[in-house]
Design a protein around this ligand. Structure first.
Ligand SMILES: NC(=O)C1=CN([C@@H]2O[C@H](COP(=O)(O)OP(=O)(O)OC[C@H]3O[C@@H](n4cnc5c(N)ncnc54)[C@H](O)[C@@H]3O)[C@@H](O)[C@H]2O)C=CC1
Ligand SMILES: O=C(O)CCC(=O)C(=O)O
Length: 527
């Protein structure tokens, strides 16, 4: 008999597959103290949580029989996935189950915001019949700017079109062609900000999206525009939003999420133009049933020896294979991350070549890790070793891997090539016996760079003085250069510099580097 612990409130209909399984004993207790949780996990084979239970390393280490953790929802922020992986525990989630509910909640917020429904209701409750105060705006012919055109963003677009709104969307994986297919206009972030009457964000919260909508972004918006966030607190900078609403730059905001939750005493809630709900995007009977059912099925499947549909962490690989592959995990990810930072345009194709020692090994797990490295720039922890291929396919990116006999003199070589709608960029790396990983080729240039720490990648024209000017500018900004590699096609032709520096460059240093004559592109990255 398998024991499954459910430690957060879940839909009873959703967990029916577990309750009805003859070989499963289900323990439901959403009110356990931390100590009770530590004791309860000691005897279970599986557990299901929503967002309340924190499945920390400590919890995992108290669970010697635990084989699978199910997150009834999307974000796995409350689960220590790394600790689970280390302990051989599979983590699954339910990425699709609450998409519709969250999109519908966004539309409910959009309409409430346009017509001041919560504020008017509040006045009526105070026995005030105010009509003049609550004059709203129509949605028809207004522009809705969607930042993040993934599952929820796309559903919001369909619904907004039903209201005859004009939809403009920005997403790093969206281009003109894909936007046209989806029946929306494609824009840069700047264009979306400038054109939106209503701006709604549907991205994950990752480094790149933290405070994406800040004071500078808000300044680019129309005066009187409105902002919505039903994704994650922190995508919109709350202080900037507060000031913008107070000054009248932004006419109103609708928020389902906050940087710190619960947020019962937030300054934004004191503004009459701001309406809010306590993270209710996924709180419908249907979504909760969907997510609970999805994880219940995955749990039963895994416990009975089958395969799961929505794994979040690495699936089991034989220990023999693991021994051969694991030294290359870091290199594969570093190559992916590096390329994702330097490529311009919308990604269309990834090609990975393996040679030398990697010729007769199943390198698919390495390709998955390289693809994860590429996609994580925009998707953060939502892309992982397991779902990397599916995520790429969902974004219309094709992946290929090939074995090659060209080793360029190295005992092993991984070459990653990515193609966007604007350019093709290539990087190759190797694992040097006892010396760690090296990037040995970047585009057409042979280099020798340790892919670690802070790197600056500069494209320039090979002219006397270019290297000196970069060195002087970095010195002015107190940035010490640890190593510098330069490659060029021919004298006076295209060239590339890869610098490894001791600290991240700050302030206007990036801008000043890009302003140096003969420099066409500057990319900074941390590996
Ligand atoms: N309020 C709630 O209760 C719920 C909130 N969510 C949140 O909604 C958000 C969206 O979820 P899904 O649509 O399922 O995710 P998704 O992964 O399907 O889509 C996210 C999209 O954001 C894009 N993106 C990443 N960085 C970007 C950037 N800098 N600018 C523009 N776009 C960028 C990605 O390319 C991707 O297409 C997530 O933050 C999720 O956690 C999800 C479910 C319920
Ligand atoms: O379980 C919930 O209600 C939170 C849903 C959510 O934010 C998510 O799935 O990412």
């Amino acid at each position: 008999m398998y024991r499954v612990l459910i430690s957060d409130p879940l839909s009873e209909d959703g967990i029916k597959p577990l309750l009805e399984a003859a070989d499963v004993e289900t323990i439901v207790d959403p009110s356990m103290s931390h100590e009770q949780l530590l004791e309860a996990v000691g005897s279970v084979d599986a557990m299901i949580v929503r967002s309340q239970t924190q499945v920390t390393r400590e919890v995992i280490e108290h669970a010697p029989h635990l084989k699978i953790i199910g997150r009834a929802g999307v974000g796995v922020d409350n689960i220590d996935v790394e600790a689970a992986t280390e302990n051989g525990i599979v983590v699954v989630n339910a990425p699709d189950g609450n998409t519709i509910s969250t999109a519908e909640h966004t539309m409910a917020m959009l309409m409430s915001l346009a017509r001041n429904i919560p504020q008017a209701y509040h006045q009526l409750q105070q026995k005030r019949w105010e009509r003049k105060k609550f004059v709203g705006v129509e949605l028809k012919d207004k522009v809705i700017g969607i930042v993040g055109f993934g599952r929820i963003g796309r559903e919001v677009a369909q619904r907004a079109k039903g209201h005859r709104m004009k939809v403009i969307a920005f997403d790093p994986f969206l281009n003109e062609e894909k936007a046209e297919k989806a029946g929306v206009k494609h824009g840069t972030l700047e264009e979306v900000l400038q054109q939106a009457d209503f701006l709604t964000v549907h991205t994950p919260l990752i480094d790149k999206t933290k405070h994406l909508i800040n004071e500078e972004a808000i300044q680019k918006m129309k005066t009187g525009a409105r902002i919505l966030n039903c994704a994650r607190g922190g995508i919109i900078e709350e202080n900037a939003l507060y000031e913008a609403v107070k000054s009248g730059k932004i006419a109103g905001a609708a928020l389902d999420v906050f940087e710190e939750e619960p947020a019962t005493d937030h300054p934004l809630l004191s503004l009459p133009e701001v309406i809010a709900t306590p993270h209710l995007g996924a709180s419908t009977i249907e979504a909760q049933e969907n997510v609970a059912t999805d994880v219940s099925y995955d749990i039963i499947e895994l416990l009975r020896g089958g395969t799961v549909r929505n794994p979040v962490n690495l699936p089991a690989v034989s220990s023999e294979m693991m021994e051969k592959l694991s030294p290359y995990f870091k290199l594969s990810e570093q190559l992916g991350v590096f390329l994702s930072r330097v490529v311009a345009g919308t990604l269309e194709r990834v090609q990975v070549y393996y040679s030398g020692d990697l010729l007769d090994v199943d390198t698919m797990p390495l390709t998955r890790i390289a693809v994860k490295g590429i996609l994580k720039r925009h998707l953060g922890s939502r892309v992982n070793d397991v779902n990397a291929f599916k995520t790429a396919a969902d974004k219309g990116i094709t992946i290929n891997e090939q074995k090659s006999t060209s080793t360029q003199g190295f005992t092993n070589l991984i070459t990653v090539e990515i193609e966007s709608d604007q350019e093709t960029r290539t990087i190759a790396g190797t694992l040097l016996n006892g010396l760690g990983t090296r990037i040995v080729q970047f585009d057409h240039y042979s280099i020798d760079v340790v892919p670690e720490g802070h790197l600056i990648v500069i494209r320039h024209t090979d002219q006397p003085g270019a290297i000196g000017r970069v060195g002087s500018l970095l010195a002015e900004h107190q940035v010490n250069i640890a190593t510098m590699q330069v490659g060029r096609t021919n004298e006076g032709g295209e060239a590339v510099m890869v610098l490894s520096v001791d600290k991240e460059i700050e302030g206007d240093c990036h801008e000043k580097l890009a302003d140096i004559a003969d420099i066409s592109q500057v990319q900074c990255l941390t590996l």
